[in-house]
Design a protein around this ligand. Structure first.
Ligand SMILES: Cc1cc2nc3c(=O)[nH]c(=O)nc-3n(C[C@H](O)[C@H](O)[C@H](O)COP(=O)(O)OP(=O)(O)OC[C@H]3O[C@@H](n4cnc5c(N)ncnc54)[C@H](O)[C@@H]3O)c2cc1C
Length: 399
């Protein structure tokens, strides 16, 4: 079996989209291609948010609907059902970011618990993504990583974070719902890794319920993945590994330059790709002790994984191998993977429009700066629109 053209099938990729939705998506990606417009949009949005201007409706009917499931679970149901009808699962993410007060953290915990309950009742929602900076203060994680002495209050603050996470993981474990712990900035990542390891030790005895995330754009993470695997083996638990390239490249490089330390990010995309594919290989070769989520929009890496699974005689529906792309991107990958029987799913953010705007700005910026991906998304949409138009033309032969 050859897989070379697996992701070129636009009919399968866009089957869930109506002609109108497809035209709207084309316009959106065309606009993302105009860098000054994206820059202006991001700046204008920040200003409008500061001034409290009502920009939510503008976002809701444009970018939000393309990249998010809805403001509530009820609003998400239609999307989840549609994805499920194409055998695509859902990875729910409460898209609200960077909250700093105890009250905010408790609200996030409440939302996460509700998401676990919702997943329990909806078979295609198999997992929830969490950001630990939604459970506790960024500054506290930073202080722990810098090895600064914590005050008594800070120690109890940290214990509270751990208790919150444990509470969530326990509920997820009880209901057989997977929890993916996101990776964040490198200068707070160590305590996040420690918390993830502790939870995996508690809840991954029989199945991988908790997954840590490994950012392969960091030059130390392939090694760290292998060390995490060894630690899991030594302590008799399964390693859950979500592997990503990483979302904070520019921020990481800027901070390293400003504070004059060596950037933890690889110098080139080639080196990142090498480590990413090596991580896929390492996980697939150790599936008896690792469950892996390949979270990437890269056709090359997804193809690499499919070919390797085929070569190693790993069934495409192996429960230890999950593929995931962001909702609104990489549809040619997700739907074609699902078609050949892989466990494919979409990362689906939800939440109030105004709170999800930072996530949406990141998507717009990602799609304008990584021109290769944007070009590819737009190219595929245009190809499908042309294919549908051709199908509707009358046959002019034999006149
Ligand atoms: C389901 C899911 C979950 C995710 N969870 C997380 C998470 O927890 N934490 C997180 O940080 N990100 C997360 N991401 C985001 C992810 O990191 C980005 O979507 C990803 O970096 C885009 O890369 P890609 O693999 O899709 O493919 P590509 O488009 O092939 O790669 C682009 C990426 O490569 C890297 N890169 C590009 N140019 C260079 C260069 N010159 N030098 C070094 N590196 C370069 C950057 O990471 C860039 O984002 C998640 C993504 C998905 C789909």
């Amino acid at each position: 079996m050859t897989f070379e053209h697996l992701f070129d099938d636009t009919q399968t990729a866009f089957a869930p989209k109506t002609d109108l939705q497809l035209s709207k998506a084309r316009l959106l990606f065309q606009l993302f291609g105009v860098q000054p417009l994206v820059d202006f949009g991001a700046a204008a949005t920040s200003l409008a948010m500061t001034l409290g201007l009502p920009i939510s409706s503008l976002y809701k009917y444009t970018v939000y609907n393309h990249f998010c499931g809805g403001e509530t679970f009820d609003e998400c149901k239609k999307t989840i059902k549609l994805l499920d009808s194409f055998h695509v699962g859902t990875m729910l993410n409460y898209g609200v970011e960077l909250k700093e007060t105890d009250e905010d953290f408790e609200t996030t915990i409440q939302h996460t618990l509700e998401a676990i309950n919702f997943a329990t009742e909806h078979h295609s929602v198999k997992s929830i993504c969490v950001k630990l900076t939604g459970f506790g203060r960024f500054g506290l994680f930073e202080k722990i990583q810098a090895n600064e002495v914590l005050t008594k209050d800070e120690e109890s603050e940290y214990k509270k974070i751990k208790d919150r996470l444990d509470y969530i993981c326990k509920a997820a474990h009880k209901n057989n719902v997977v929890i993916y712990i996101d990776a964040e900035e490198s200068w707070i990542q160590d305590p996040l890794d420690d918390l993830a390891d502790e939870m995996m030790g508690n809840y991954n005895k029989k199945l991988a319920i908790v997954y840590n995330t490994f950012q392969l754009y960091r030059n130390d993470r392939l090694d760290f993945l292998k060390k995490s695997f060894q630690k899991a083996k030594n302590n008799n638990y399964l390693l859950g590994a979500k592997i990503v390239r990483g979302a904070y490249m520019e921020k990481e490089r800027e901070r390293a330059a400003k504070l004059d330390y060596a950037s933890p990010i690889h110098h080139s995309k080639v080196a990142v790709n090498h480590d990413y594919d090596a991580a896929i290989k390492f996980c697939l070769e150790n599936l008896s002790d690792i469950s892996v989520c390949i979270a990437s929009q890269s056709e090359e890496s997804n193809l690499f994984a499919v070919k390797l699974m085929n070569q190693l005689n790993i069934p495409f529906n192996h429960t230890g191998v999950i593929f995931s792309q962001l909702y609104g991107m990489g549809d040619n990958i997700t739907f074609n993977l699902a078609k050949i029987g892989c466990n494919a799913c979409k990362y689906l953010p939800y939440g109030p429009v105004k709170d999800v705007i930072p996530y949406l700005i990141r998507r717009a910026e990602e799609n304008s700066s990584i021109s290769g991906q944007m070009g590819r998304e737009l190219g595929l949409i245009v190809k499908e629109i042309k294919r549908r138009k051709k199908r509707q033309l009358p046959i002019l032969t034999n006149l």
